[in-house]
Design a protein around this ligand. Structure first.
Ligand SMILES: *[C@@H]1O[C@H](CO)[C@@H](O)[C@H](O)[C@H]1NC(C)=O
Ligand SMILES: *[C@@H]1O[C@H](CO)[C@@H](O)[C@H](O)[C@H]1NC(C)=O
Ligand SMILES: *[C@@H]1O[C@H](CO)[C@@H](O)[C@H](O)[C@H]1NC(C)=O
Ligand SMILES: *[C@@H]1O[C@H](CO)[C@@H](O)[C@H](O)[C@H]1NC(C)=O
Ligand SMILES: *[C@@H]1O[C@H](CO)[C@@H](O)[C@H](O)[C@H]1NC(C)=O
Ligand SMILES: *[C@@H]1O[C@H](CO)[C@@H](O)[C@H](O)[C@H]1NC(C)=O
Length: 291
């Protein structure tokens, strides 16, 4: 059929195109009357205005609902992990082995503890956390009443660890067979360890292996309690001066014998039997004093 179509010259094509652009017979411009062009333009202007408005609304709503003081994507952590210091790992097993007659051995341990306790320095704590906290009660804060639009944090001072504070005995008992370890529970924003205020969380250490090698277990502060006034934690921006409460545990060991110890933070809301997370709610370590 194409062969039947008469061949058109270039001039004719140009003329056709010219007529398409401006057809004076029926007054159309590019195939449409100017009126129609106005309508089409108006349509698109309206379309983009609505799109922009929707987009801005979405962004604004997002910004409005974002709270700058809590991360929006917290890990699905429900129950906190527990850690121990000195954190001397030997192939993923926590081995706190030391030699009482070797000064380098016990200074290594005590240096780790001194360094760990630096933020807990009494003078430092009294300076940055000078709020009067009520012990034995959750410190719920609805407003940002601390300086710089933040929330108060309760002081935790090194001296609260008594004989394990490193103040009286800078060796933390590593020059003899009464070593101290420090237990810390990780912080979780807005976490309350128990819903009954007469049951604060406490640390309980049990001997899994070598029971006869440990004479005595002592806790500092008394009974290994993590006071409720350190909960809840409101986040790094809301509570920049927050420090985790600690519990020190002192073991009286029989020399040259190893003990496997589990320290658990006991509380209603803290689980410790998570197969996938061995550090949830507890920490297990090996302790041995050599001579
Ligand atoms: C402990 O240290 C002393 C002195 O450095 C050394 O003689 C002894 O062999 C060490 N004991 C062990 C079990 O390494
Ligand atoms: C605590 O800090 C003060 C002042 O910075 C310092 O003089 C003191 O030695 C520190 N105490 C300990 C136990 O590190
Ligand atoms: C905290 O309370 C004690 C006793 O009620 C009071 O003597 C002290 O001045 C208070 N400190 C501050 C910083 O409010
Ligand atoms: C360990 O150090 C403390 C404090 O420096 C000291 O009082 C104690 O006598 C020392 N113990 C041994 C067994 O050296
Ligand atoms: C504490 O929580 C348990 C469930 O987790 C609930 O049965 C109990 O009534 C709560 N107690 C209080 C005092 O809120
Ligand atoms: C500590 O744990 C052990 C073993 O689970 C238990 O027998 C003991 O009663 C606990 N102690 C306290 C004070 O809860």
């Amino acid at each position: 059929m194409a062969t039947l179509k008469e061949k058109r010259t270039c001039g004719q094509r140009c003329e056709d195109f010219g007529r398409f652009v401006w057809n004076s017979d029926n007054g159309t411009f590019m195939g449409r009357t100017p009126e129609k062009w106005v309508y089409i333009s108006l349509y698109y202007v309206a379309f983009y205005v609505v799109m922009t408005a929707l987009f801005s609304l979405a962004i604004w709503t997002l910004m409005y609902t974002l709270n700058p003081y809590t991360p929006d994507y917290q890990d699905r952590l429900k129950s906190p992990g527990v850690m121990v210091w000195p954190d001397t790992y030997e192939e993923e097993v926590l081995e706190i082995f030391y030699n009482t007659s070797n000064k380098a051995s016990w200074t290594k341990m005590s240096n780790i503890l001194h360094q760990f306790l630096e933020p807990y320095n009494d003078t430092k704590q009294l300076e940055c956390n000078y709020h009067n906290c009520t012990k034995g009660k959750y410190f719920i804060q609805k407003t940002f009443s601390a300086p710089h639009h933040t929330k108060w944090a309760c002081p935790f001072m090194q001296s609260m660890l008594g004989p394990c504070s490193g103040l009286e005995d800078p060796t933390f008992g590593y020059n003899c067979t009464m070593p101290c370890v420090i237990i810390k529970m990780n912080r979780i924003i807005n976490f309350l360890p128990s819903n009954q205020t007469d049951h604060p969380p406490y640390v309980n250490c049990t001997i899994l292996d070598g029971e006869e090698n440990v004479d005595k277990i002592e806790y500092f502060p008394d009974r290994g309690i993590l006071d409720l006034s350190y909960f809840p934690y409101y986040g790094r921006l809301a509570q920049p001066t927050y420090v985790n409460p600690l519990v020190a545990v002192r073991f009286s060991l029989v020399k040259e014998k190893e003990a496997k110890i589990q320290c658990r933070v006991v509380s209603e809301k803290i689980s410790y039997q998570n197969f996938y997370d061995p550090y949830e709610g507890k920490v297990i370590f090996h302790l041995k004093a050599m001579k």
